[in-house]
Design a protein around this ligand. Structure first.
Ligand code: NAD
Length: 499
């Protein structure tokens, strides 16, 4: 490890992981009803950092009751929108004051580079909180000139109100644990809802810390609760009749289970699910730009990004050079823990996930696919996988069909734009895609034909709080970000006045 680039773990982080962690209910750390606890690991070493409760259905009941009481007593939703906005802005200030602590905690628990944790997990989260705080004062309905003809001579005026949907469950994956929790928490709070967040069992630490900082910022007890646990806890939340809306981010199979459970109670739900995201690189694109774009879009957070590029289709005239450039680049990358700011390859989140990624690679090898780089097992402590560049992939190869959610890029050449479009759309997923060309006419004719919730041109992966985000096809139902985020946490009420 480069000793100069090594980040020293702060006292605050060391103190946090030494504490006896509990659930966060009614504004306090609570001992769980469930006697079970789960280990929380440092992916860079495989050592246990701490343990958290593995909450059961009774714990979920308590968290939902806490959120329900906060909702019904109007302690949060009864505030003026400007007061909710002000408190959420203060929440952003409190998070900013703890930025380095939160970034280190995320890196220690998730494995990612401290550079990514600082810039995205904390930096982009702060921008998101401030953007959404402002939404609290911009929830607007419509006035409607209705044409109701009865009784003769009657006059009516109608308008709509957006009212908070109620108690929200936010179920969160492990790749950007705090940021994705905030994607649910803050718009729900801005709309006046109360919230129960369930982080992933692999990465529960920042959500627990976030709940404490929310109290410091003035968010009332009960408006934001955290239950830690796995599938049992998540399923209990998804099936709970006291939940009015589930905002879920995770894999497509789990999302289907959540949706099925939700409709039994007519609980509203939105699903942000998996992806198998293509990049289409047309003939005019420079090799260097293509290689840089593929690395940035495909290997951020070790490819553990739902919108990461994982299928790359390159015009045949540039294909060999792009494969070679990618293979050379990843072969030269340095490997190390996320707390080494100079390391370019960091561990995956868990031993279980590394095994899953290795299975995908073994299958690609068994199918006889060509590895231009990577794919060998790393024999070191920690959950490392070297990025793999797999070339000449046929459209029916498993590595092209299945979401890997790891550092694996599959490439194939194409000869004309129609073929590239066919290959890009040939997937059950439709989360995101990118187009790489300086030909404006080609870009503008392809954008509407690509089946994806986000299409980037000459970039892949940047998000903005104002830009709707979500999936076509098996990649989800609903949109987060922008006004969609707020509307998703409200019910629309029509009011019709006869006069
Ligand atoms: P996962 O589906 O295994 O778990 C997601 C969450 O659901 C976790 O908190 C988990 O404990 C919980 N859960 C598990 N079983 C449940 C059940 N039966 N009922 C309710 N909750 C349950 O996903 P993961 O492995 O944590 O994350 C990786 C997946 O998330 C990938 O597929 C990735 O593409 C997807 N993802 C999507 C987005 C997006 O915005 N579209 C963002 C990040 C990750």
């Amino acid at each position: 490890m480069n000793s100069e680039a090594k980040v020293a773990i702060s006292d605050a982080v060391q103190a946090f992981v030494r504490r006896e962690l509990g659930l966060f209910i009614e504004g306090e750390v609570r001992v769980a009803h469930s006697p079970r606890r789960s280990d929380v690991f440092d992916p860079a070493t495989g050592h246990v950092l701490t343990t958290v409760p593995d909450a059961d259905a009774t714990d979920v009941d308590r968290a939902v009751a806490s959120a329900r009481t906060a909702f019904d007593t109007h302690v949060w939703r009864g505030l003026r929108p400007a007061d909710r906005e002000r408190i959420l802005l203060r929440f952003a200030d409190v998070l900013e004051a703890h930025a380095e602590e939160l970034a280190q905690l995320e890196t220690l628990n998730q494995g990612k580079s401290i550079n990514v944790a600082r810039a995205i997990d904390v930096g982009a989260t702060l921008e998101y909180v401030r953007y959404m705080a402002g939404s609290a004062t911009k929830i607007v309905g419509e006035t409607l000139d209705v044409s109701i003809p009865f009784p003769p001579g009657a006059r009516y005026t109608a308008f709509t109100r957006h009212e908070p949907v109620g108690v929200v469950a936010g179920i969160v994956p492990w790749n950007f644990p705090m940021m994705i929790a905030v994607w649910k928490l803050v718009p729900a709070l801005a709309a006046g809802c109360s919230v129960v967040i369930k982080p992933s069992p692999e990465t529960p630490l920042t959500a627990l810390r976030l709940a404490e900082l929310a109290i410091d910022a003035g968010i009332p007890a009960g408006a934001f609760n955290v239950v830690t646990g796995g599938a049992e806890c998540g399923a209990a939340l998804a099936a709970h009749p006291g939940i009015n809306k589930i905002s879920f981010t995770g894999s497509t199979p789990t999302g289907k289970r959540v949706g099925t459970a939700a409709v039994q109670n007519m609980t509203r739900f939105s699903l942000e699910l998996g992806g198998k995201n293509p990049a289409v690189m047309l003939a005019d694109i420079g090799v260097e730009q293509a290689v840089r774009g593929a690395l940035a879009g495909g290997l951020l957070n070790q490819g553990q990004v739902c919108a990461a590029v994982s299928r790359i289709y390159v015009h045949r005239s540039k294909y060999a050079k792009v494969v070679e450039g990618l293979a050379d680049s990843v072969s030269a990358m340095t490997m190390g823990p996320g707390l080494d700011a100079s390391a370019q390859i960091n561990p995956l989140v868990s031993a279980h996930h590394r095994a899953r990624v290795e299975e995908h690679l073994a299958r690609a090898r068994a199918e006889g696919l060509r590895f231009a780089a990577g794919g060998a097992r790393v024999e070191e402590p920690g959950y490392y996988v070297r990025p793999a560049i797999i070339a000449d992939v046929p459209p029916d190869a498993a590595i092209v069909r299945d979401e890997v959610f790891g550092p694996v890029l599959a490439l194939a050449p194409f000869d004309d734009v129609a073929e590239a479009l066919r290959l890009a759309n040939d997937s059950p997923y439709g989360l995101a895609a990118s187009l790489w060309t300086n030909d404006l006419r080609a870009a503008m004719s392809l954008v509407p034909q690509i089946e994806a919730g986000t299409v980037w041109v000459n970039c892949h992966v940047p998000l903005d709080p104002g830009m709707p985000f979500g999936g076509y096809k098996q990649s989800g139902i609903g949109r987060e970000f922008g006004r969609h985020a707020i509307e998703g946490f409200t019910e629309t009420k029509s009011v019709c006045i006869a006069h």
